[in-house]
Ligand binder design. Structure first.
Ligand SMILES: Nc1nc(=O)c2c([nH]1)NC[C@@H]1CN(c3ccc(C(=O)N[C@@H](CCC(=O)O)C(=O)O)cc3)C=[N+]21
Length: 291
């Protein structure tokens, strides 16, 4: 078998064109969706991601505001920035790029964001809503993966999905979203014993481990769907995932590449959440006329 590649660039593009339609409808009502991104410090990878977010939001017709703060910014100053964005009627989505410098309490910062503008879906109120299946902002990476599966015709109901990784932003919510679509979900993590004996039972594998090319053909059942959330550099400095794609291709039915798989969907779902936030603001009469 040679696996079909699930094209996150193409699916993301299709979705962003739908988002652009939504933005145009709001513009006719006098509201331009606005996304604010706060970037603290000089992490070069973060700068690249933030530039991509800025570019994509402008492409779909949104207002983009990037606030760059120095590494030494105090927690109090950062919280003040968030307060002012919470009160700003031209801003519908607020994202604070993680990780933050060590002297800043990430939990405190996330909790300072108005849940109605938390387009990352990281606020505890939104995490709780997600867990009980209420309408809310879903975290962008797992949300994007659900869209990828759906738009590639992968049916989840009754399937065994194995999620490797248990972070608050990817692994944990990923398992919940799969469960809501009636998958049988197993979580694996760094303390899991005999990983491959579990992953070999999976119809769908989501790898969010953070180790280059960790998952190989040895971990994969013939015909499984493999989703690679990894963003690593290999020994030559080249971007690579958590899955050894070349080896995995020989057994999997479908696989997401890195780059060009999950990453572009993450940004797309951020825009989708921002659009929805602006739509709710219009309904509630909270959107300022566009400048
Ligand atoms: N509050 C917050 N929200 C985030 O969503 C968030 C964050 N902090 N911190 C960092 C991670 C990482 N992240 C990525 C998004 C897109 C790509 C992406 O588009 N990747 C391209 C490749 C990009 C390249 O070439 O470097 C791809 O996979 O094709 C990657 C990584 C969002 N994050």
């Amino acid at each position: 078998m040679t696996a079909k590649l699930i094209d996150g660039v193409a699916i993301g593009k299709e979705l962003r064109s739908e988002i652009n339609d939504g933005v145009r409808k709001l513009l006719e009502k006098g509201c331009q969706p606005g996304l604010a991104v706060i970037l603290v410090g000089n992490n070069p990878a973060s700068h690249t991601y933030v530039r991509n977010k800025e570019k994509s939001s402008i492409e779909v017709g949104m207002k983009s505001e990037v606030i760059r703060l120095p590494e030494e910014v105090t927690e109090a100053e950062l919280l003040k920035q968030i307060e002012s964005l919470n009160a700003d009627d031209t801003i519908h989505g607020i994202l604070v790029q993680l990780p933050l410098p060590k002297h800043i309490d990430e939990d405190l910062v996330i909790q300072a964001i108005d849940p109605k503008k938390d387009v990352d879906g990281f606020h505890p109120v939104n995490v709780g809503k997600m867990l009980i299946g209420q309408q809310t902002f879903l975290p962008c990476t797992p949300y994007g993966i659900m869209e990828l599966l759906d738009r590639s015709g992968v049916d989840i109901a009754g399937k065994h999905a194995v999620v490797i990784g248990r972070s608050n932003i990817v692994g944990k919510p990923m398992g919940q979203l799969l469960l809501q679509k009636d998958a049988t979900v197993t979580y694996c993590h760094s303390k899991t014993k005999d990983l491959s004996s579990i992953t070999k039972q999976a119809d769908v594998i989501v790898a969010a481990i953070g180790k280059s090319k960790f998952i190989t053909d040895e971990h994969i059942k013939e015909g499984a769907v493999v989703i690679d959330v990894g963003m690593n550099r290999d020994e030559n400095g080249k971007l690579c995932g958590d899955v050894d794609t070349e080896k995995a291709k020989a057994v999997a039915a479908a696989i997401t590449p890195v780059p060009g798989g999950v990453g572009p969907m993450t940004i797309t779902m951020l825009l989708k959440n921002t659009l929805r936030s602006a739509e709710m603001a219009v309904t509630e009469g909270r959107c300022s006329k566009k400048a």
